[in-house]
Design a protein around this ligand. Structure first.
Ligand SMILES: [Zn+2]
Length: 119
């Protein structure tokens, strides 16, 4: 015998799939599935009536032009030009290498001193 779960019915309702006779029968006896069906029906009504808004003419073009001229984009271009500079990149990599070597030396010294203190 085919089993019916609330989860399967919820998925079918959400995806607007047709229900099997057993699923339809289940909904009529299950308060949870009945509530889900009512919620999906309300959502469908809302989508059909309230959200039928047409965007104004050239809406997408205007959004794209705002994005292209936004200060964030100018900052991004500035950062990109700055990081394209070879001397600056060399300085950043050298600084990172110095910090890394400092940490390694500190780790080795702390290990040596801990070992010496234990003996
Ligand atoms: Zn159910």
């Amino acid at each position: 015998m085919e089993s019916v779960t609330c989860h399967q019915i919820d998925q079918a309702l959400a995806c607007h799939q047709s229900l099997t006779p057993m699923q339809s029968e289940h909904i009529e006896t299950c308060p949870l599935c009945m509530a889900h069906r009512a919620t999906y029906q309300q959502l469908d009504k809302l989508m059909a009536t309230s959200l039928s808004v047409n965007p104004p003419d050239h809406f997408a073009d205007r959004v794209m032009s705002v994005i292209e001229t936004s200060p964030v984009n100018e900052y991004h271009l500035f950062a990109e030009k700055l990081l394209a500079s070879l001397p600056l990149r060399i300085c950043l990599v050298s600084g990172a290498a110095v910090i890394l070597i400092g940490h390694i030396v500190r780790f080795i010294l702390s290990t040596v001193f801990v070992t010496m203190a234990a003996t």
